[in-house]
Design a protein around this ligand. Structure first.
Ligand SMILES: C[S@@+](CC[C@H](N)C(=O)[O-])C[C@H]1O[C@@H](n2cnc3c(N)ncnc32)[C@H](O)[C@@H]1O
Length: 467
């Protein structure tokens, strides 16, 4: 009975901490039925509240696993594919935009069906599932409204405007709906084949193709570059931007950009359209930024900056440079190479090749900044070398939670599975130990780690210097 009571107490103590913080700051905790607004998030804008909320998420999941019949737990997990599919119906049917004008009063399923072109009986069943998962509110029988969760999928466009230009649905949005659309299609289909793929005797080596290739007969990158898949390539870019927005800004805390002299060059290696550079360029305008990626990203990069920060392009504060991660790094005068969400796409030997190319171009005072999520173990790690103790060590979750806070951090392990599902064999999310091993093999050494605490899902920062 210990953990039942301990977990329940952790939940009630954490709830009190949230209430006390809100009362102290004079802000109201949003109701689940409140469609999200920026004002809503103010309640969570306190590290103590974030920690208490993380404890509640972890404890509630652990408590559920403890008290729910295991058959129900397993069924709910394996049938989570139904919820994922239902969620994508909501996005593809523009149901968020249909519901938005009706606020908390909601709209009858028959009317939503008429406007979305989906069979009414089937749609109502889908919406009942999502209301039971707290993704929508069922206001009265068969009348549904957006809530705090579903409202963030709003593209801000009317259903009519979307139907007039469906390919542009996610353009100019924060990418949240694009993320649901992309993850619920390519990533979801690849995941369905993981067991068959792993158990195929031809696939026992870690270096072999991912399940994605089995399903689509090609790699994800080649698939996205096919002329008939331009919509999904665009979706990928928009989805990455959505993920960026949902991550805590690395410009607040972490590597000290002000320590770099004015005019120093910062290279965003494998930077895509340079979403991360744009955040840094706004926060640290005394530096020059070069976004480096495959030549095919050049157009999208210019479109992105012309829309979001044209002055930086015009003044030359930012520029684009075509590179190949696996060839000689062309820029030799770089103060800071930063590499965000790139290494996780590659197996160790490829990461070492990328890092060696950067090392060969580095000056003695060049620094390397890696922005990636850091995995941590649910139990104490045996392997952490003593010399690394204290590096980026974060607050530990309270007992009886797991050391990695279990369900609170489960998204990081899901990202790891995505790498297994769609990237070259051996691509993965990594622990700090694993990054240190990559540095040791490529001529870098870790100087400082800014690790996200367990209650924040986001990229951590590892700063390395030439060894
Ligand atoms: C997951 S995206 C990350 C983009 C960006 N760093 C960010 O955080 O938004 C990986 C990037 O690596 C780039 N990439 C893949 N292979 C590459 C190569 N051989 N040379 C240069 N860039 C490459 C892709 O074009 C893509 O922009």
């Amino acid at each position: 009975m210990e953990s039942l009571k301990d977990l329940a107490k952790l939940i009630s103590d954490s709830a009190k901490q949230i209430e006390d913080s809100c009362a102290r700051r004079g802000v109201a905790l949003p109701a689940l039925e409140d469609p999200a607004t920026t004002a809503n998030d103010v309640a969570f804008d306190d590290p103590l509240v974030k920690q208490a909320a993380g404890n509640i998420v972890a404890a509630a999941a652990q408590l559920t696993a403890l008290v729910r019949p295991p058959t129900d737990t397993l069924q709910c997990l394996i049938l989570g594919s139904q919820t994922a599919a239902a969620l994508r119906v909501v996005v593809k049917g523009h149901i968020v935009e249909i519901l938005k004008p009706h606020g908390r009063a909601g709209l009858h399923a028959d009317e939503i069906a008429k406007q979305s072109g989906i069979n009414s009986n089937r749609l109502a069943r889908i919406l009942h599932l999502l209301a039971s998962e707290h993704i929508l509110t069922e206001v009265s029988h068969n009348v549904f409204a957006l809530n705090r969760v579903s409202a963030i999928m709003d593209t801000g466009k009317t259903p009519q405007a979307i139907r007039a230009a469906p390919e542009d649905k996610y353009v100019g949005t924060d990418g949240v709906a694009a993320n649901v659309d992309f993850m619920g299609h390519l990533i979801y289909k690849a995941a369905a084949y993981l067991p068959e793929h792993l158990l195929d005797p031809a696939n026992t080596s870690d270096s072999l193709d991912p399940p994605f290739n089995r399903v689509f007969n090609t790699t994800m990158w080649e698939y996205l570059e096919r002329p008939e898949n331009t919509h999904e390539l665009r979706l990928f870019g928009l989805m990455m931007r959505g993920i960026s927005k949902s991550l805590p800004s690395p410009a607040n805390g972490g590597f000290d950009f002000t320590s770099l002299p004015a005019g120093s060059k910062v290279a965003d290696v494998g930077g895509g359209v340079g979403s991360q550079s744009m955040v840094f360029a706004r926060a640290y305008p005394h530096l020059k930024y070069v976004v480096q990626d495959r030549g095919s990203s050049s157009n999208d990069m210019h479109t992105h900056w012309n829309a979001g920060y044209p002055e930086a392009l015009a003044s030359g504060q930012v520029s684009f440079q075509a590179i190949d991660l696996f060839s000689e790094q062309p820029a030799k005068d770089v103060a800071l190479f930063f590499v965000r969400l790139v290494l996780h796409n590659w197996p160790d030997d490829k990461c070492i090749a990328i890092l060696k190319n950067l090392r060969a171009a580095a000056q003695p005072d060049t620094r390397l900044l890696i922005l990636e999520v850091l995995l941590s173990s649910a139990v104490p790690s045996q392997s952490a070398p003593a010399s690394l103790e204290g590096q980026g060590v974060a607050v530990k979750p309270p007992a009886p939670l797991l050391l990695n806070a279990g369900n609170q951090g489960v998204l990081l392990h899901m990202y790891d599975m995505i790498m297994m599902g769609v990237c070259m064999g051996g691509a993965q999310e990594r622990t700090l130990d694993q990054f240190n091993a990559l540095f040791a093999a490529s001529g870098w050494k870790t100087e400082r780690v800014y690790r996200q605490p367990y209650y924040v899902i986001g990229t951590s920062q590892i700063v390395a210097a030439p060894a």
